[in-house]
Design a protein around this ligand. Structure first.
Ligand SMILES: [Zn+2]
Length: 328
């Protein structure tokens, strides 16, 4: 599945290079090649959440007045060609997609998904059709982390320096489950554009599981920070991120063994230029390692549920103007 995503994104990147070559030669009367590459039209090649009626949050370029459009387009294009990719330790999602850093300006070098390890918790829950019906979110979190650690993986979660629960994927998990039940078709349409097809029966199963949890009294912890706390108590490493959300897009990375260097992006473009980072290449690895049945169909559905949880989180936190920048 993620091979097909990678192939599609390669094709996407390929046609993008062709387009920019064409636009350069077509506009050879212009002064420089840079001018044609940084026209505001260039960012239009990347899809927005809004194109799929998604993005009901506030994080995104159109809610900002401190961003230079030319710099933004340059940044998107540099990210798309992998200029900021760096090697990671680990092969399953471990730290959050959050674009912020700790107070020293750094992040752990590890694969990213919405909520870090909590993406595997929620995706594993939504994608499994044999999930325990009586477990709570807190118990599920502890179980998932034990399973991952038992297979030799690290786990990770985060907070920030000013909120009770500074991880949006965790703080808003019930809303994200609700969003999946209400907007499955829009979410699936976006994912389909990225080359991953969620079948009718997979959709039904994931939506049903989301509804089951929303209807299960006491499944979601009232104190959202307690979910992060149980993860830490079970051995997840903790990052304290600082400052406000400045994400301007979603880097969708399919280069195995890498992530995107947030510090390097800031050094080059300025401290107000951040990106959400989704290391989609790691989703299949996590699905394989937490699938309790050993059946291929279950593994596929879990990988797709992790993908859905990531897109739904982006849609809840992000504005419709957030663009998805694929890195093939
Ligand atoms: Zn987070």
């Amino acid at each position: 599945m993620f091979e097909s995503l990678k192939n599609l994104l390669k094709h996407f990147t390929g046609s993008q290079e062709t387009e920019s070559t064409t636009s350069t030669s077509a506009s050879s009367n212009q002064k420089t090649e840079v001018t044609s590459k940084t026209s505001s039209e260039d960012s239009l090649q990347y899809i927005t959440l809004g194109k799929f009626n998604l993005g009901i949050g506030s994080i995104g370029p159109d809610t900002r007045n401190d961003i230079d459009q030319t710099v933004l387009n340059e940044m998107y294009q540099a990210i798309a060609i992998g200029l900021f990719n760096i090697p990671v330790n680990g092969s399953v999602p471990e730290i959050c997609v959050d674009g912020r850093t700790n107070k020293s300006g750094h992040r752990k070098s590890a694969p990213c998904a919405a909520g870090g390890t909590l993406s595997v918790v929620y995706g594993g829950d939504l994608g499994s059709n044999s999930a325990s019906i009586d477990l709570t979110e807190v118990q599920l979190t502890a179980e998932t982390i034990k399973t991952l650690k038992g297979k030799g993986h690290q786990a990770g979660v985060h907070g920030d320096d000013h909120s009770d629960c500074g991880c949006g994927a965790c703080a808003k998990a019930p809303t994200i489950y609700q969003h999946i039940t209400e907007r499955i078709n829009d979410l699936a349409a976006l994912i389909s554009q990225l080359g991953i097809t969620i079948t009718e029966s997979e959709r039904d199963s994931i939506v049903q599981q989301a509804k089951n949890r929303l209807n299960q009294a006491g499944f979601f912890a009232e104190n959202r920070a307690s979910v992060v706390q149980i993860a830490r108590d079970t051995g997840a490493e903790y990052e304290e991120l600082v400052g406000k959300h400045n994400e301007l897009g979603i880097a969708l990375n399919t280069r195995a063994g890498t992530t995107v260097d947030r510090s390097a992006i800031r050094s080059k473009y300025g401290p107000q230029y951040d990106m959400f980072v989704v290391d989609a290449w790691a989703f299949g690895n996590a699905a394989r390692d937490i699938n309790s049945t050993g059946h291929e169909a279950d593994e596929q559905r879990i990988a797709k549920a992790i993908t859905l949880q990531n897109v739904a989180t982006a849609s809840i936190l992000g504005h419709g103007s957030l663009r998805i920048i694929p890195i093939a």
